[in-house]
Design a protein around this ligand. Structure first.
Ligand SMILES: *[C@@H]1O[C@H](CO)[C@@H](O)[C@H](O)[C@H]1NC(C)=O
Ligand SMILES: *[C@@H]1O[C@H](CO)[C@@H](O)[C@H](O)[C@H]1NC(C)=O
Ligand SMILES: *[C@@H]1O[C@H](CO)[C@@H](O)[C@H](O)[C@H]1NC(C)=O
Length: 510
């Protein structure tokens, strides 16, 4: 009973931190959360005093959700008994903290997806449920000893079967990612790869590399971060990069399709346990992105190296030169650099998650600075394979005169090669229709009475194809006062900056 109460209390902590307004985040630091947990640490002792019990279940392609055969370290006959194939790849799937003490439904889905891609693989589900079922703080403290148990298992397997550890891939979710890290750091020889799926944040954020998943734990460590929203210094998924490649889909927070607002309403109506679903949706998204990469190889998601999520949201990081982009999930390229690489991508709300990223670079020329321009704009793309209509364009900064602004546009479908682009502006509540119309239409025309802004061209880069295109106003004379402006392929192709400048001066004077 006591344990149950405190598990609820922990959910309360998580829930409250999500509810706290973001301005508080900056004020409160990591230490507040630690201080909060410290008294709790003394309240619990490990349920099972004999130490963590870890079991290794070799799953079968036709029964991905059943534990039918256990490999027992020290018993070589259990390997042949379970038909372990020492020439194929071996995966260790490692779960995280659990309230129920049961495997969550994603385990069978991930196992099935691994078999879908690698038919003859050995897929071993690591069962450390008895330890993971303790209070979070206790479970977190025990990730090291569970990892050591797994390391002993790996060493024994390597000795017994001579499998090359390069063929060993540990996949750990949440606390399981750190378990995988401890396992990797305690084996006699280095394992090939560890994938961390939204590694847990509380008790691991900011600690020394030896006490969490880190790039030292395997030849290659790749990490997906899907729930790194911090509140009260707490983030359920770890925010800092902890691998060779760290990917933050949708900025590592606010995953599309995970309705946090709806969940908050549920909490108001049904109590804090309803929180579980929203937290789980974003945290677990990391797993489903990985499953997607196994099942939908043809629709692999690209992620792009970028200094910050904000820069990425302005479309500034869609280049692939010098290995600046990578594939997310199973088919990631094993790039190992001294410093870990932060990468970003956008996704759809459901599988297949892949989207197409477009950078729009627009130069606004004007005689005077316009003030306070942030109308809501939508863009429609028309291509050789189809159309993507009414995509919202995020205008993240004020439009300044004589500057080139960069925007990110995301399309959920493949439209083929871009042929035509249409801008449309919407009435928004803060603007009267006519004033908006007058103001925005002045963007495109050079000759109205109001101080006008002039746009001749849009330069576009597509992340997924790495193609570059320049679009020009289709009919410059028809632009004024129109609620829609159409851009088509320019007659002249992509030009060097100097030539473009000459061309602009020329067209101004004409
Ligand atoms: C073991 O795996 C290899 C490929 O990794 C495959 O060719 C072979 O058929 C498998 N053996 C059995 C008994 O399934
Ligand atoms: C923008 O450049 C044009 C041409 O060089 C110049 O006439 C105009 O004054 C500039 N606008 C601002 C706001 O500086
Ligand atoms: C226009 O605005 C930009 C950005 O706010 C500023 O850097 C620039 O000096 C302004 N130009 C004029 C002519 O006011």
């Amino acid at each position: 009973m006591k344990l149950r109460f405190h598990q609820c209390l922990f959910w309360l902590v998580l829930s409250c931190t999500v509810l706290v307004v973001s301005s508080l985040e900056d004020v409160l630091s990591q230490s507040n959360f630690d201080n909060f947990l410290d008294p709790l640490k003394d309240l619990f002792t490990l349920k099972d005093a004999t130490g963590p019990q870890v079991k290794f279940s070799l799953r079968k392609p036709n029964q991905p959700d059943d534990d039918v055969c256990y490999i027992v370290p020290g018993k070589p006959e259990s390997l042949s008994g379970c038909t372990f194939n020492s020439t194929s790849k071996t995966f260790l799937v490692i779960h995280g903290w659990t309230v129920s003490g049961l495997f969550e439904s994603w385990v069978a889905k991930l196992v099935a997806a691994l078999f879908d891609r690698e038919q003859s693989a050995n897929v071993i589900v690591v069962d450390w449920l008895s330890t993971a079922q303790n209070h979070y703080v206790i479970a977190a403290q025990n990730t090291k000893s569970v990892g050591q148990d797994i390391a002993h298992f790996i060493d024994w397997m390597e000795e017994t079967t001579n499998i090359p550890l390069e063929n060993l891939h540990l996949i750990g979710y949440s606390l399981g990612a750190h378990v995988a890290g401890f396992a990797g750091s305690h084996t006699s020889n280095k394992v090939g790869r560890i994938t961390g799926l939204d590694p847990a944040g509380p008790d691991f954020e900011g600690v020394h590399a030896h006490r969490r998943l880190s790039p030292d734990d395997a030849h290659f460590v790749d990490v997906l971060h899907t729930f790194t929203r911090g509140s009260l210094g707490l983030s359920i998924g770890i925010q800092q990069p902890v691998g060779h490649v760290d990917i933050y889909p949708n900025g590592g927070a606010f995953q599309p399709g995970c309705n946090l607002r709806g969940a908050l309403e549920n909490i108001a109506n049904f109590g804090i346990l309803a929180m579980n679903d929203a937290v789980k949706c974003e945290h677990e998204r990391s797993i489903h992105l990985f499953i997607d990469s196994l099942l939908n190889e043809q629709e692999a998601i690209k992620a792009y190296s970028c200094g910050s999520s904000e820069m990425f949201d302005r479309g500034m990081c869609l280049g692939c030169q010098k290995k600046r982009c990578n594939t997310i999930g199973y088919d990631v390229s094993k790039v190992r650099q001294a410093r870990s690489v932060k990468m970003f991508t956008k996704t759809r709300a459901s599988m297949p998650f892949r989207v197409y990223h477009y950078q729009l670079k627009i130069h606004f020329s004007s005689k005077v600075n316009q003030s306070e321009m942030d109308p809501s704009l939508t863009v429609s793309l028309h291509g050789t394979k189809g159309d993507a209509e009414n995509l919202p364009l995020n205008v993240k900064e004020k439009i300044a005169a004589n500057r080139t602004h960069s925007f990110l546009l995301v399309a959920e479908k493949d439209i083929g090669d871009l042929l035509m682009l249409k801008f449309r502006w919407e009435e928004s509540t803060s603007w009267s229709a006519s004033s908006l119309l007058r103001m925005v239409s002045s963007w495109w025309s050079g000759d109205s009475a109001t101080p006008s802004i002039d746009v001749h061209k849009i330069r576009i880069r597509v992340g997924e194809t790495q193609k570059k295109i320049v679009l020009c106003v289709k009919d410059p004379k028809a632009v004024n006062m129109a609620q829609e402006v159409t851009f088509v392929k320019c007659k002249d192709e992509w030009r060097s900056p100097s030539r473009r400048k000459n061309l602009q001066t020329h067209s101004h004077s004409s």
